[in-house]
Design a protein around this ligand. Sequence first.
Ligand code: NOJ
Length: 995
Amino acid sequence: MDSARGLTPSSPARPSRSNRSSRTILRSVLALGLVLACASTASAVKREDFKTCAQSGFCARNRAYADIAKEAPDWVSPFQLTPASVRLRNGIFTADLINTHESTNPSPRPPLALELHLLDNDAVRVRINERDAILPRYDGVQETVLVKPYGFASDVTYELSTDTASGTTTIQYGSQNQNTVKIGSAPFKIEFLVNGVSTVLLNDEGLLRFETLRRKEEEQKQSDDDSDDSDDSKLVDQDSEGESSEIVIEKSELEKKLEENLWEERFKEFTDSKPRGPESFGMDITFSGINHVYGIPEHATSLSLKATRGPDAPYSEPYRLYNLDVFEYEANNPMALYGSVPFMLGHSKNSTAAVFWMNAAETWIDVEKSAEDKSSGLLSWIKGKKTLSTPTTKTHWISESGVLDLFVFLGPTQRDIFRQYSSLVGTTVLPQSFAIAYHQCRWNYNTQQDVAETDAGFDEHDIPYDVLWLDIEHTNGKRYFTWDEPKFPNPTDMQQSLASRGRKMVTIVDPHIKMDSSFYVSKEGGELDVYIKNKDGKSSFDGWCWPGNSQWIDFYNPKARDWWASQFSYDRYQGSTKSLFTWNDMNEPSVFNGPEITIPKDTIHYGDVEHRNVHNLYGTMFHSATAQGLTQRNETQQRPFVLSRAFYAGTQRYGAIWTGDNMATWEHLEYASPMLLTIGLAGIPFSGADVGGFFGNPDAELLTRWYQAGVYYPFFRAHAHVDSKRREPWLFGEPYTTQIREAVRTRYAYLPFWYTLFYETSVDGTPIIRPMFTEFPEDEAVFAMDDQYMVGNALLVKPVSKPGVTRSTVYFAGSEKWFDIKDYSVEQGPGFKEVASPADKIPVYQRAGTILPKRERPRRSSKAMENDPFTLVIALDSEGKATGRIYLDDGETFSYEHGDFILREFEATGGVLSSRDARPASKEVAKVSDFVQRIAALRIERLVFVGSKVALKKVSVGGQELPVECVLAPNGGGHVCTVKEPRVTIGEDFELLFE
Ligand code: NOJ
């Protein structure tokens, strides 16, 4: 029994997890009296628990097909479009696709149906499905992922012209008529051009492959006939004299691979029964003129995706998208992790484009890049066969089941792409304001007393925090919605006590339900019949998870979702209050005794849907049902807060995610930045990594550096494994407590800026933390940069992710100045510069040309700052100009949806600082709430002008002169002038003159 992990004797120990042994090793080391800094903990991912592409039948088959194509000197795709079938009506192009390799088949399968939808947001949807399939292929992902029916470009100009000689159909469309789609008939391929420049190509490499559904008996008969007749590798040929001779064509190893693992598949002790047989498909997508592609989270890898194919490819495995609970995952590895978003963005100096492969089944993606020819400075194609004058990235997408359903976004700018993509899959729901403050978590705060002491510890050490989290041990035997009563005798009082200091609590609720007829949730679930079913479609599936034998709610069942949501009402969830929120973990789903630690693919969901088709969406369905529960539990609606570990495209509509069980190592601190940047690019900006690292024990330096970095994660939470030592921010003593306090206070000071960024992403999907290339799209020096990034358009952040570092090399992009946020010392771009990064700070700079709103009074929680005045930091550019915005609302309800908010735009230009109402005209509100009126009247208590070439001499507002004090920036880069009490409020129009 492992009491530390709360496993009861009846609960099977987690079979494939190695932390028991790693803990034993750890103890032995400690017994030797060695000081073990966990920064040195080696990763111990159990690779053998997870499939490689070669072990995944459909991946191996499609990769073998790609190898066949690559090895054939004149490979062309066998797919051809039948000209007579081409139609374009109301923004939808349709045609039939035939597979010419099937022409020798005595009973060829019906053609595939190709559809192109030209959308009114300038995106194009490409669908390929079987026509007259023997069974319908799963096509339900769109119902849960797309937010609303989209409009077609029918009211936008488009032209259809077919060049009969080349068989190419051309469609010209787009709001500016800027996009061209060229559809080649034989071989079939599609090319997308923006303003005449080729950007994305589909099937250019001819890797389109579609395993049409077939009956096992027919296939069996066919193969029996083949072996009766003669070997199918033999052909009878007639020479010119009519003499026949037998030519023996041996199937190559690769061709044999195309027929492997079609009907049943084994992995370790598990058999996947694959009742419908093979139904995978794959296609290549080329980003032309583009050498950097990004996205397809979740992998612990770099921002600019490394190649997985080609002679110098750093990885040999494709990137895998299959939501999995990967214990002690490894950095710099394309293995699948907890979440999947099949969204990829390609970017070059001249073009930007993206694709969204809307499929929730297991998916693998190969990436192959043209290489830079260092000698000539040109780029040449690795394969040697072709020489390309432009860099190109070729990708190969392979999914196990469903239909090929792809969106292509042609920008032309990244902003356009974020808007186009988020208009389909939704933007981030605006969180309550507490949710973007600091969260304190560990597995576990053990008792009510422990909670009280931890809470008091923050006040004693003057460190602000907003939320205290309880992990699985707070429950009665991992029965979610219950409390371990001896340890938490009065949860309501506990939450009210936190709430009295403006704080909230989060408890964990996982999707596995302990099988226990005396547990009301388990019993009701059984009576309502809401569990996922075994492959027979009748009996409920059971497996192991934290509570021992468990069952998994089928969130595809509408009845299950509603029932689940109702569990969060205050009368059902005993001991819950308005200030209690939810953490959804283990929702890949994690099944300790399942194949690859998840649920078998042949289990069945509502509507007879095989789990295989929807695996990557399961966690999101759970997340959404929980968010629904938290929303509907109150009469006056309150925005929900739910953190999820698993995710898919669209998760942003339900809450935040985090990067799961990272390690307390410098390497994991380093990889957190590219992981979060990637997840943000893929439409899920509200994300964070466990500060401090989940497994292991960070030393004081690593923990402090992690806090300093975590301040700039959109979701900012410290968390630790049950076996790790306590590490509340004051436990390492000085100077660390002061350093961590300073870091956390910086987050609180910038909360108005963060909240404004959340508002902005909720409108147009622009990421909150942004790769450098998003803000500097023409500077090639930043295209692969992922060790520094931007918060919004204004703050440049460079985390320190190496021990013993006191100086860091920072890239200052653009030609304008950058101001250190602590002392306003100035740096000037473009170029690398070594700057100080002593133990008490990491490099963070405000960009010239921006105005940032802050609240500078240290408080115990964000709630306590609600009535505090504001500071504006005006970082003037070389022309003396700057702009910025602030968004404010009640931070809690949905009344902002009806326009009950403040949105101000600040502008400094020509010696005038002005504030004006920037609320969209459509957001007229019938009644502005008392709260918002009160906030609008809060004063701006300080203006800080930086970047002025001369010291300001005179500042006035409404004809009244204001006192101004100027000092020189420490490294002589300009003047820092402060105006105290400028006599203006945050919500009013004003014009303030400065000279
Ligand atoms: C796994 C989660 O990733 C981790 O954060 C949590 O502490 C444990 N499950 C226990 O609930």
